[in-house]
Design a protein around this ligand. Structure first.
Ligand SMILES: *[C@@H]1O[C@H](CO)[C@@H](O)[C@H](O)[C@H]1NC(C)=O
Ligand SMILES: *[C@@H]1O[C@H](CO)[C@@H](O)[C@H](O)[C@H]1NC(C)=O
Ligand SMILES: *[C@@H]1O[C@H](CO)[C@@H](O)[C@H](O)[C@H]1NC(C)=O
Ligand SMILES: *[C@@H]1O[C@H](CO)[C@@H](O)[C@H](O)[C@H]1NC(C)=O
Ligand SMILES: *[C@@H]1O[C@H](CO)[C@@H](O)[C@H](O)[C@H]1NC(C)=O
Ligand SMILES: *[C@@H]1O[C@H](CO)[C@@H](O)[C@H](O)[C@H]1NC(C)=O
Length: 934
């Protein structure tokens, strides 16, 4: 009996020893220890399989550890991956710290939840060999920057991957697509530092819940959201707070979609009806994008976040259709993926307002579309043919591909089509001979197909020519007709004279072989000289087709016809409003003539510049008109606006907005005589910034800059709020002979002239930068650029100021004594002095661009927090919503007169091509509607 008892005891002991020697016991003890032996878990039994929240298999292997939300502290032991039977490991919502150990080799682990702890890092082999993994939760741990290791690809059964707020960096992992993880339903990677696009491999994924919102890197996630289109299982999509751009895709297939948050991105284009019509929708967030077209009209049941005015919809009321012109323009930019730069400024329902970049109108009809150099990618939209009033279509210098749509030949009023400098291919459709077509600098123009992608003959999928039959036109037939239009082109070139014809002939003769089209481009010079530069290009490309074309770049020849019509004001009106040019109305006399103040019946003031006879020769008439047409379209907050003009016999008059405070020189140099208060430094700084912005805008107008050439304080005008505007830009070009007039005016303006300009007449934007530097020096010192009342060696401001800059004392002495000098002001002035020095460097290449000055000055001006009036334009007493023709009509009505000519009867016929040529390169029309450069 006793022996039986003993036997039993021995057996029991053996059994219990066997039990406590579970292969996982040691690791579990380590785990307990590194969790600071938490009493709340009651882990005291030697057998971990008996511990609370731990489960084991039949063979005593630990399979589940579920100790989430227990206020645990401590860390995880490094040998945790010896628990090779572990299936579920949950420690979320504790305060665990230290690095995560590797879980490599935990091939049974299905669920791992580590969220909401303080783990400091995750090792790169963490996921190695975890082939059973289904659900991973890592959210909200302050890991050292990491990337999702590729080894997770072994977990082909993955359903959930959640790593919000874990400092993930780099590009969006390419392997989360359906090929690798066919079962993935939930992917949460919000609040990390991911950047770049969502890769195309993602498309077609069966994910239901996708959170990518709020990436914190400076780049964020970007590119298109097209990947959504084929993710038909989606119920919840959070993409807000990124840089996603381009249009929304078709949502037809997303029939389960409940919550879609797209706010705070850069999305453009219309909200598709396929989204609005989804009946599954619960919540949609669209605020702060640049979505276009009509305001979408979602069902009342949808919780909608679409703050008014935070997108670029045409009208505020949901569902109300846009003006057809708006829709047409949207159809046109669809083929270039709705560029952000347009979506940003194409605001409202009237494309003829000045914010509509690239669009110029006449009487509410779109006449010019100028997308020169906008970096556009995509194809030329056949929908341009819907803009039936289009006269000039400028698409030069982009990355457009595809063919020129034949639909464009239907445009009845088209005179210029410029597609030069793109990647257009295929035959050129046949346009009327009145259309000047420029196709130069397109490598494959005239070839029947784009260069094959990889030697294959088909187009790559998604290539722009997919499915359009436009490439199938008969090359031969069009060649013959194209030759016909060449002759037309050559005729149009006659004005350029025999020289051009000779060049053209020589070229043809020299090359015995069949040639690709020689391209003749006429570059109008900026300088006002009457030389015409001719380039012949494209001769080395063998297009394999015997077509020959000449292309005339779109000169400005039609500008004055097209755009100027409404700017003409009759002399009678101007006589009336200036009191017959009475002495009392004289505001000042400038290089080009006398400026009179005029007052309309409603009290609106204007300034009328009456050009001196002799300044304008009869020969310059056409040039005058086309220049004026250009100038009247230049609009910027810091440029004095030219409102109209008048030609009458020998009289040339320009009508400007009135600037009540007059010139900057009054305030700088004549304040005593005029009983004015000297300008405080903050005002001077603000004026300098205004001028810099105005000039920066002029310089950035077109691919060839608009250079003022005569910047000086007497050309800077001030409004009642002392906001400054630059005046007289463009006038130098109106003089009959640019060089001669410079010489005659040299004396007056000498102190402002850049050395290279004074000596050689060489013109670049840097001559304005130089003059601007001189103006800065004048603002600092209160001294004129050239002051003969000073001793010889200090008459010239620039060298004198440079000498004064050498030490602190002399610098202080050089500062205008009327400026109150405290430390802050002195430091601000020093910065401006330094800028002035750079701007007036001897060598043009050493001078910074105007944008640099804008940056420097705006950072200084910001320190002063200048008060911006709500709409400074109001202060000038001009109703900017009223076009000049409207204003004229108003005066007319008041005066009962009929002599105002709003038509183009003053303007010559089209045969003045030659005289108009040296004015403006193609692409200039762009500036007409450029947005204010603030
Ligand atoms: C992580 O640690 C910080 C300080 O080190 C502490 O403030 C925070 O509460 C901790 N977070 C968690 C989730 O334990
Ligand atoms: C996306 O961001 C990357 C930088 O992370 C940048 O190089 C790329 O040009 C951007 N792409 C788009 C479409 O904005
Ligand atoms: C969606 O799937 C269709 C058919 O598989 C494919 O043709 C299309 O390119 C896909 N769209 C996207 C945006 O991936
Ligand atoms: C969508 O949002 C609503 C409201 O917040 C919520 O009740 C619902 O569960 C969400 N749907 C999904 C699929 O997340
Ligand atoms: C989305 O819009 C709903 C409804 O206005 C709002 O409750 C929710 O907070 C918004 N979500 C985000 C991420 O802005
Ligand atoms: C466009 O031009 C035509 C004729 O030139 C004119 O009748 C029409 O009023 C203009 N404006 C609009 C918006 O169509």
């Amino acid at each position: 009996m006793a022996s039986r008892m003993l036997l039993f005891a021995v057996f029991s002991v053996l059994a219990s020893v066997g039990h406590s020697q579970s292969p996982d016991a040691a690791v579990m003890q380590d785990l307990k220890k590194s969790l600071n032996s938490p009493t709340q878990l009651g882990w005291v039994d030697p057998d971990p399989c008996k511990w609370k929240a731990v489960q084991c298999s039949g063979d005593n292997r630990v399979t589940r550890i579920q100790i989430g939300n227990q206020n645990l502290e401590g860390s995880l032991p490094s040998n945790l991956n010896k628990l090779t039977s572990l299936q579920v490991f949950e420690v979320m919502k504790n305060q665990l710290t230290g690095p995560l150990p590797s879980f490599a080799g935990l091939s049974s682990l299905q669920t791992v939840s580590l969220s909401n702890n303080n783990f400091s890092s995750i090792p790169s082999d963490f996921f190695d060999g975890m082939n059973s993994l289904q659900d991973v939760y890592l959210d909200y741990n302050p890991f050292a920057s990491w990337v999702v290791p590729e080894s997770i690809k072994g977990a082909s059964t993955l359903r959930t991957f959640s790593a919000t707020g874990t400092n993930l960096v780099g590009v969006f992992p390419g392997f989360f697509g359906p090929d690798t993880f066919p079962s993935l339903v939930s992917l949460h990677l919000a609040l990390n530092y991911l950047e770049g696009p969502v890769p195309p491999t993602f498309s077609g994924s069966a994910i239901q819940s996708l959170w990518l919102n709020g990436q914190k890197s400076s780049a964020r996630l970007n590119g298109s959201v097209d990947f959504l289109q084929n993710m038909t299982q989606l119920t919840q999509v959070w993409l807000h707070g990124n840089f996603f751009s381009g249009p929304l895709p078709d949502f037809t297939g997303l029939t389960q979609l409940q919550n879609l948050s797209l706010r705070d991105n850069s999305l453009t284009g219309p909200v598709p009806d396929s989204l609005v019509g989804l009946t599954s929708l619960v919540m949609v967030n669209l605020t702060n994008n640049k979505l276009q077209g009509k305001t979408p009209s979602f069902s009342d049941k949808v919780l909608l976040d679409m703050r008014a005015g935070s997108n670029s919809f045409c009208l505020p009321d949901p569902g109300v259709k846009c003006d057809p012109r708006v829709d047409t323009l949207l159809n046109v930019v669809k083929d270039v993926n709705y560029p952000f730069q347009f979506a940003e400024v194409w605001i409202g329902n009237d494309p003829c307002t000045s914010s509509w970049k690239g669009i110029t109108c006449n009487n509410g009809n779109i006449t010019v579309v100028n997308f020169h150099g906008k970096g556009l990618r995509g194809t030329i939209s056949p929908n341009f043919s819907q803009i039936t009033t289009l006269q000039r279509l400028i698409l030069s210098k982009n990355f457009l591909t595809g063919v020129i749509p034949t639909e464009l030949t239907n445009l009845p009023d088209l005179t210029v089509l410029d597609v030069s400098d793109n990647q257009i291919y295929g035959p050129v459709p046949i346009f009327k001979s009145s259309v000047s077509v420029n196709t130069s600098a397109n490598l494959n123009i005239g070839k029947n197909a784009p260069p094959p992608p990889q030697g294959g003959s088909g187009n790559s999928p998604g290539s722009p020519s997919d499915g359009d039959g436009r490439l199938n036109g008969s090359g031969k037939k069009s060649t013959g007709l194209v030759l016909g239009s060449v002759i037309g082109g050559v005729c149009a070139l006659v004005f350029a004279g025999a020289l051009l014809f000779c060049l053209y002939r020589t070229k043809r003769k020299r090359s015995g072989k069949v040639q690709s089209p020689p391209t003749v481009v006429i570059h109008p010079r900026d300088s006002g000289e009457d030389a015409v530069k001719i380039t012949i290009a494209g001769s080395s490309i063998n297009g394999g087709m015997s077509e020959t074309r000449s292309h005339v770049s779109s000169g400005p020849t039609d500008i004055h016809i097209v755009e100027a019509g409404n700017m003409v004001i009759s002399i009678q009106v101007l006589k009336n409003v200036t009191n017959n040019f009475s002495e009392q109305n004289i505001l000042g006399r400038g290089g080009f003539g006398t400026v009179y103040k005029g007052e309309l019946h409603d009290g609106t003031k204007i300034a009328v510049k009456r050009m001196e006879s002799g300044v304008m020769s009869e020969k310059g008439l056409d040039e005058f008109k086309s220049e004026i047409a250009v100038l009247t379209k230049v609009r910027h907050r810091h440029l004095v606006e030219l409102l109209g003009y008048c030609l009458d016999g020998n009289e040339r008059l320009l009508v400007y907005e009135y600037m009540p405070q007059g010139t900057l020189s009054r305030f700088l140099f004549n304040w005593k005589e005029e009983g004015l208060k000297p300008l405080e430094w903050t005002k001077r700084l603000a004026i300098a910034l205004d001028v810099a912005r105005g000039v920066e805008y002029l310089h950035g107008l077109a691919q060839q800059s608009f250079i003022h050439r005569d910047l000086k304080p007497s050309n800077i005008l001030l409004g009642d709020d002392m906001k400054a505007k630059v005046a007289d830009f463009g006038l130098v070009r109106l003089a009959p002979d640019g060089k001669a007039s410079i010489a005659t005016r040299l004396a007056g303006t000498f102190g402002y002239l850049a050395p290279e300009y004074a000596v050689t007449g060489r013109v670049s934007t840097k001559i304005d930068v130089f003059s601007f530097g001189v103006i800065l020096m004048e603002l600092i010192t209160g001294r004129k650029a050239l002051d003969e009342s000073f001793p010889d060696d200090s008459q010239h401001l620039v060298p004198w100021f440079r000498r004064m800059l050498i030490n602190k004392d002399s610098f202080r002495k050089s500062i205008d004594p009327t400026i109150d000098l405290d430390e802050e002001t002195l430091s601000s002035i020093s910065t401006v002095a330094e800028l002035a020095g750079h701007c007036s460097a001897r060598e043009p290449q050493q001078r910074p661009d105007m944008s640099h000055s804008v940056n420097v000055l705006s950072s200084l001006a910001e320190l002063w927090k200048p008060s911006e009036p709500a709409d400074p334009d109001d202060l000038y007493g001009i109703d900017y919503d009223m076009t000049l023709p409207q204003a004229v009509k108003k005066w007319q009505a008041l005066e009962g007169m009929t002599s105002i000519d709003g038509s183009s009867s003053y303007l010559g016929s089209n045969d003045n091509t030659q005289t108009s040529i040296p004015t403006r390169p193609s692409g200039f029309a762009d500036s007409f509607t450029s947005a204010d450069g603030r």
